[in-house]
Design a protein around this ligand. Structure first.
Ligand code: ADP
Ligand code: MG
Length: 274
């Protein structure tokens, strides 16, 4: 296969998203077990020289992150006029496909599984927020599974792309997971990520989207004005309470990852997972 940056051999295409093409590669400089990595080729037609330097700095920052619930970011480089990043490979695929195949069985995930995934997601988000990194595109398609564990991917990529630290108001995410404050003046912050965690929780539990509509106007209206969807009765009221707090429309009243993980109901599960 084709060799990129002198060390990554292209194996196969894993898929493509809104702004990137994703390949499975073999890293010739790694030992056998960690040889499989992911190459994300991002087309950046409008990336200027200055931004490229700045992006490299940002990439340096991301490569220092190390947490079991975070997809490891190895490095980035520019090749063939595109911005490339190398990350950890998650062989079990993303949560979105897991949810879709579960939907076909006609059975929901048991509460224990939902809780485990929720807690792992919260721990990854907490780790990012402690370092003042916003994910800004949390969705089931950006959450992966590896050895039955959650791995959050694609964080910071929008920051690398926009090439500016104070660009938190420019948002590139999927509308379904956007919080009400994005459509008002207050803009995006850590609490907006928490809203998206709520949407992800609802989706893991019910296998359907928290907010769905056949056009943008209706979707935005539901997010900003509509009632919060509740979990079906087969789930505990405690878990539904967690969902309701995450889908709180006022970001100031919405809990942080640390606050949610301290709720006794979740804390006891955190302990049993450790
Ligand atoms: P999107 O997030 O919009 O689906 P991406 O460009 O991020 O688009 O991903 C494209 C495809 O590549 C998706 O199907 C995703 O599951 C897969 N993918 C991305 N990153 C990884 C990874 N680290 N490990 C395994 N598969 C991945
Ligand atoms: Mg993605």
């Amino acid at each position: 296969g084709m060799i990129v940056a002198g060390r990554y051999t292209l194996q196969r295409k894993l898929g493509s998203g809104s702004f990137a093409t994703v390949y499975l590669v073999l890293d010739s400089k790694s030992k056998t077990e960690e040889q499989k990595k992911v190459l994300k080729q991002i087309s950046v037609g409008n990336l200027k020289g200055d931004d490229t330097v700045w992006s490299a700095k940002e990439a340096q920052l991301l490569s220092c992150l190390d947490h079991p619930a975070i997809v490891h970011f190895y490095c980035s480089f520019v090749e063939l006029q595109s911005f490339c990043i190398i990350t950890e490979y998650c062989e079990c695929g993303d949560l979105d496909s897991r949810i879709k195949s579960r939907w076909e069985t006609g059975r929901l995930f048991p509460e224990g599984q939902v809780l485990e995934w929720l807690i792992q997601t919260l721990m990854g988000v907490q780790y990012l927020h402690e370092r003042l990194i916003l994910h800004r595109d949390l969705k089931t398609k950006n959450i992966f599974l590896k050895n039955f564990m959650i791995k959050i991917g694609d964080f910071g990529v929008s920051r690398i792309l926009s090439g500016s630290l104070d660009c938190a108001t420019t948002f590139t995410g999927t509308p379904h997971y956007m919080s009400p404050e994005i459509f008002t003046s207050s803009g995006y912050d850590a609490k907006s990520d928490m809203w998206s965690v709520g949407c992800v929780l609802y989706e893991i539990a019910t296998l359907t989207r928290a907010f769905e509509a056949n056009n943008w106007m209706k979707l935005v209206y539901k997010i900003c004005q509509g009632p919060s969807p509740a979990l079906p009765d087969c789930f505990s009221t405690e878990l539904n309470d967690v969902l309701q707090s995450l889908l709180e429309k006022n970001p100031k009243k919405r809990p942080s990852a640390t606050e949610i993980l301290r709720i006794p109901f979740l804390e006891q599960h955190v302990k049993s997972l450790a």
